[in-house]
Design a protein around this ligand. Structure first.
Ligand code: SF4
Length: 346
């Protein structure tokens, strides 16, 4: 299917080249960038200082509206979740997680996901395609418009595995971080991977100040293989070696995500084993109570069991936090909203 190119995914110099190809001076590209990245325009009509003929020509192949809100849900805690429709009829999810002092946007990077984590609703949706950089940036712009201000933090933690769509993800980060655009600081951007070692290795070479988190969800390979098929491709021992190299090369911490599932990975032994493996390099662990998903029969442990797990990590020298499970009322686990509202024919 022919898809128009999202203007949100083009650098200023690419927009300039586009305008020049259309027989217009390069400064028109700068005006386009201003409209799309600074004003958040999603309609050609808004771009009053651009010639009509240029807009008509570009509109045949490019769009300022690659992502549209189809549905919104929210909960009393303030979390807002949008089902976002794309040009080809597919849909993804974007989430706003407000906290006292900052707003965090969680963006999707793919339509569905092929990593197959057993407790994840996105995995149950199957996989359609990776998102373009423009479709990723457009999600942030949608949230900025809803908020009336630029979000403070961006996490690449929605549907999809960012390193399975590496080039578009990196391009979107450079655009979001661009000083003449939204200018979101690199340190305020987090990429979350389920453990694609090749992506970790590439990111270490980029010289970017972004944060990285790695989903472990198990303290040993045997259990991890049952929860996350990625373990078969990138085994835990090699993954942790890659993580250690990453911290040595970048001088940055890694955050490990660990979803706590009652009776599966929440025992004292699990905590001790996890601490033993992670003690050797600079990291912290985010403990997340499992969000219920219809297709997975697990549940979060009791609060005191989760507190005990955290205490063991800390006693053994591994810093950790126990996250609140945000937005239980808004189909909070990634992929749930889309799963309940599949695209036509999806
Ligand atoms: S948890 Fe993340 S990597 Fe795993 S299937 Fe879901 S979206 Fe993909």
């Amino acid at each position: 299917m022919f898809m128009k190119i999202a203007l949100q995914g083009l650098f200023p110099e690419e927009l300039q080249a586009l305008c020049k190809e259309a027989g217009q001076p390069a400064f028109r590209g700068g005006q386009l960038w201003q409209w799309v990245q600074v004003q958040g325009a999603t309609d050609w009509e808004q771009m009053g200082n651009l010639p009509k003929a240029l807009k008509a020509e570009l509109a045949a192949t490019h769009t300022p509206a690659p992502a549209k809100i189809l549905r919104e849900s929210g909960d009393p805690g303030g979390t807002r979740k949008w089902l976002v429709g794309l040009d080809d009829g597919e849909s993804i999810e974007t989430v706003l997680i407000p906290a006292r002092d900052r707003n965090t946007v969680c963006v999707s990077t793919q339509v569905g996901c092929r990593m197959g984590c057993v407790f994840c609703a996105s995995a149950k949706c199957g996989f359609a395609r990776g998102l373009s950089a423009g479709e990723i940036v457009a999600q942030v712009q949608l949230v900025a418009a809803a908020l009336g201000q630029r979000p403070d933090n961006i996490v690449y933690m929605g549907m999809g595995e960012p390193f399975d769509n590496y080039d578009e993800v990196l391009k979107s980060i450079h655009i979001l971080n661009h000083p003449d655009g939204l200018n979101v600081g690199a340190r305020r951007i987090t990429i979350s991977t389920c453990g694609v070692s090749s992506g970790i290795r590439r990111l270490a070479e980029e010289g970017l100040q972004v944060e990285m988190s790695v989903s472990l969800h198990a303290a040993n390979a045997e259990l991890r293989r049952k929860l996350m098929p990625i373990e078969n491709k990138y085994p835990m021992d090699a993954l942790l070696r890659e993580c250690a190299d990453y911290t040595a090369k970048t001088k940055r911490h890694i955050t490990f995500e660990y979803t706590l599932i009652r009776g599966v990975n929440d025992s004292v032994r699990d905590a001790e084993e996890l601490a033993g493996r992670l003690r050797r390099f600079p990291c912290r662990v985010n403990l997340i109570p499992l969000s219920p998903v219809e297709e997975f029969a697990g549940e979060a442990p009791a609060r005191d069991a989760m507190d005990a797990f955290l205490r063991i990590l800390e006693k053994r020298g591994v810093e950790g936090t126990l996250r609140e499970s945000k937005g239980k009322g808004v189909d909070a686990a990634c992929g749930q909203l889309r799963r309940r509202n599949p695209p036509a024919g999806g």
